[in-house]
Design a protein around this ligand. Structure first.
Ligand code: NAG
Ligand code: NAG
Length: 277
């Protein structure tokens, strides 16, 4: 009896910001911030971006550190697959700094994914007009704020690194570690941890990567807090068709396939988009 009630309660907690990708118009009605002038995602185009070279490299701290996988949580929250680092020792948490980020350090909050129902649908940012299957978001918060909640909407509060993945029949994918866990988090509310070791850099290889877009926007889910610095890598990585099949087999809270969990492009409203080369 109680266990049923508790399960319902926990499911609601997971689903606390209940929103649906089916009706994105509703977001703007229910959450004022989603109507802001600096929303994300947007279309990013080489031709119109301000091109800047000689930007110092971003420093990736602990991206190559071996983290005990049992500390890294993986959750199906009904809207995405979320990998969180709450249980990771502070000394091992991935962080970014330098490059365009200034003096502050930004610690990893979570990694989550947006994907579509077919290969040309899924990424939130359109790159030169193109969409791919999957976009990973590596969400970081400024360490000067106590928590993610605290950092939301604040000056220099949040930096998100976005990495697009293009679907291919064969090739080398770096996402197998995540994909292998998807069966265990098929349903909303299911949670698991990585087995063995977790090394972030083996999934994204960002260290040597230049070529990224940079602009100021918002979180792409309600309540859409702004003042988020976006760093969107322009080169798509490989995700296998068989892997995308597994992403698309995940379930929402209503039992429907968890697909097309991307927000539509928002108005740029004169924002500067920089392309770092
Ligand atoms: C979407 O949500 C808005 C606002 O809540 C509502 O007015 C509209 O009818 C909804 N559209 C659909 C197709 O459900
Ligand atoms: C996943 O969630 C489903 C539906 O709530 C539940 O029946 C199942 O036991 C869960 N599986 C695990 C491994 O927690």
């Amino acid at each position: 009896m109680w266990s049923t009630l508790i399960t319902i309660f926990l499911t609601r907690l997971v689903f606390v910001n209940g929103f649906s990708y089916d009706n994105q118009t509703a977001w703007k009605k229910e959450h004022t911030k989603c109507k802001g002038n600096y929303q994300s995602p947007i279309r990013l185009d080489r031709k119109t971006a301000i091109i800047i070279g000689k930007v110092p490299e971003i420093a990736f701290l602990n991206y190559n550190t071996v983290i005990g996988g049992d500390r890294v949580d993986v959750l199906n929250n009904g809207n995405t697959i979320r990998i969180s680092f709450d249980q990771v020792d502070n000394s091992k948490k991935p962080m970014v700094k330098d490059g365009p980020l200034g003096r502050d350090q930004f610690v990893m909050e979570d990694i989550h994914f947006h994907w579509g129902s077919f290969p040309t649908r899924g990424t939130e940012h359109k790159l030169d007009g193109v969409s791919y299957s999957l976009e990973a978001h590596l969400v970081h918060r400024n360490v000067k704020y106590e928590s993610f909640e605290d950092a939301k909407g604040k000056e220099n509060g949040i930096v998100v690194l976005a990495v697009p993945f293009k679907e291919k029949s064969e090739g080398v994918s770096t996402l197998s570690g995540v994909v292998n866990l998807l069966e265990k988090v098929k349903f909303t509310g299911n949670e698991t941890t990585f087995h063995g070791n977790f090394v972030l850099d083996k999934m994204f290889y960002l260290k040597k990567e230049k070529l990224y877009f940079m602009y100021e926007g918002s979180l792409t889910t309600p309540v859409c807090d702004e003042k988020v610095l976006w760093i969107v890598y322009s080169k798509a990585r490989c995700v296998l068709k068989s892997e995308m099949f597994k992403f698309r087999s995940l379930k929402r809270i209503d039992g429907e396939p968890l697909i097309n969990n991307f927000r539509k492009p928002q108005k740029p409203n004169g924002r500067k988009v920089i392309l770092v080369v």
